[in-house]
Design a binder for this molecule. Structure first.
Ligand SMILES: [Fe+2]
Length: 242
């Protein structure tokens, strides 16, 4: 099986369209989406519709749940909370109904799919350090867990002696005696100081994984955020990639 794994689209239609075009060009038939379809950007309805249409599997992100009152927006920073209020005002009713159907985790063969962490997905914890990643390996039994949430792409492996480290190559081979947690980064709001959209290709036929980065029309996405009345800082951060 070959699949594209996307996450954290955050209502950024310009970034999503570029990613979907690249996936199509590579003839990848399966897309798995790790949530946060909405929040921050100006096109929630278009992003919900496209993700739902194109993805074989979608799990819920914290912004998806906040927009349908399943996660308390009081846990969000003020700008993120303002973006959720804006999204609720601008999201069509059908969009909210579609988000209600999303579950916290899914498995597809050897793949575990979750937005935040496999151990406690409903707590929306962030994984940044190697130590934080390491603790999560006992929380899933599949060989590979794909996550999003931090908007920072990374791949961490654990071998059968329990040794854990960062994978430094890209693309990289899937080694039989290793298990992996792969953060696919963010389509619509990257935060690793690289503003390009991020997604991952899983190639189960050739046992490899690749993190893909793509340029997209950032000025247009920024313009829509400002003109739509969302906080300006959400436009600024797209260019900064943080
Ligand atoms: Fe997110």
């Amino acid at each position: 099986m070959k699949a594209a794994i996307i996450s954290d689209i955050h209502s950024n239609l310009e970034a999503l369209l570029v990613v979907l075009k690249d996936i199509k060009k590579r003839r990848l038939k399966s897309i798995f989406c790790l949530g946060d379809l909405i929040g921050y950007g100006a096109n929630p309805n278009e992003c919900i519709d496209l993700c739902m249409k194109e993805s074989k599997v979608i799990v819920a992100g914290n912004h998806d749940w906040a927009a349908i009152d399943k996660t308390d927006v009081a846990t969000f920073n003020p700008v993120a909370a303002e973006a959720i209020r804006w999204t609720k005002e601008n999201m069509k009713k059908e969009g909210g109904s579609k988000l209600k159907g999303l579950e916290l985790r899914q498995t597809v063969g050897a793949l575990h799919l979750v937005h935040a962490t496999p151990a406690e997905p409903e707590k929306w914890r962030y994984l940044f350090s190697l130590e934080e990643y390491e603790k999560e390996f006992s929380a899933f039994k599949e060989q590979i867990c794909f996550i999003g949430h931090s908007h920072i792409p990374a791949a961490i492996y654990r071998d059968d002696n329990g040794y854990c480290d960062l994978v430094r190559d890209n693309p990289f081979p899937i080694v039989a005696k290793r298990r992996y947690i792969v953060n696919v980064g963010s389509v619509g709001q990257p935060r690793d100081l690289d503003p390009r959209a991020s997604y991952v290709i899983y190639d189960g036929n050739n046992d490899s994984i690749e993190i893909i980065r793509l340029d997209y029309n950032i000025p247009l996405a920024q313009q829509k955020i400002v003109m739509g009345g969302l906080p300006d800082v959400l436009a600024d951060r797209l260019l900064a990639g943080r």
